[in-house]
Design a protein around this ligand. Sequence first.
Ligand SMILES: CC(C)(COP(=O)(O)OP(=O)(O)OC[C@H]1O[C@@H](n2cnc3c(N)ncnc32)[C@H](O)[C@@H]1OP(=O)(O)O)[C@@H](O)C(=O)NCCC(=O)NCCS
Length: 164
Amino acid sequence: MKKVKLRYQKISDAKRFFEILNNPNYIYFSAKPKTIEEERKFLRANLQKRKNNLEYNYTILYGGQMVGGAGIKINQSRNYIGEIGYFVDEDFWGKGIATQVVKLLEKICFDELNLKRIEILPMPANKGSVRVAIKNNYKKEGLMKKVLKHLGKFEDAYLFAKVK
Ligand SMILES: CC(C)(COP(=O)(O)OP(=O)(O)OC[C@H]1O[C@@H](n2cnc3c(N)ncnc32)[C@H](O)[C@@H]1OP(=O)(O)O)[C@@H](O)C(=O)NCCC(=O)NCCS
């Protein structure tokens, strides 16, 4: 397997993220920028979000090539908890990339950000994402009812978590 790496997102990633995220097969993922400019705006906000300990967003590199994005959102009422998320370009699904990304994010969460608890909230129908959580030994703590707002509707999600 080629090496999976994470680096901070750059404004110049906007076009590629726009293409990856607008895949009609991304049915369980809510972030769909309408224009490249909208994506640039999101990327420009990243530095301030890091400084304010809100979000840490990364670009996924696979053998040096940009194939997706991932991030850590800090819980704003309990700042020792982070929620992680990830997406991979469909052309690269099934190669173990997201599984590897979770391992890398976990290191950042526990070793650099000193978090105590990491959560993953996949919709039950999102089998690939559920599998990624299970393969990384996250514990399924339950089903959170109507916790996600997705395409204008409130949806359930599993609560997967790992604690240090
Ligand atoms: C979910 C996602 C990130 C997985 O990325 P990936 O790099 O393909 O993941 P991996 O290759 O590390 O592992 C995927 C696992 O799910 C399994 N899988 C994928 N689709 C599946 C399905 N429909 N049913 C059952 N298992 C499935 C794969 O077989 C693999 O498990 P295995 O190694 O035991 O065979 C990717 O599909 C994606 O970007 N989806 C759109 C965005 C998204 O939904 N993100 C998650 C939001 S919670």
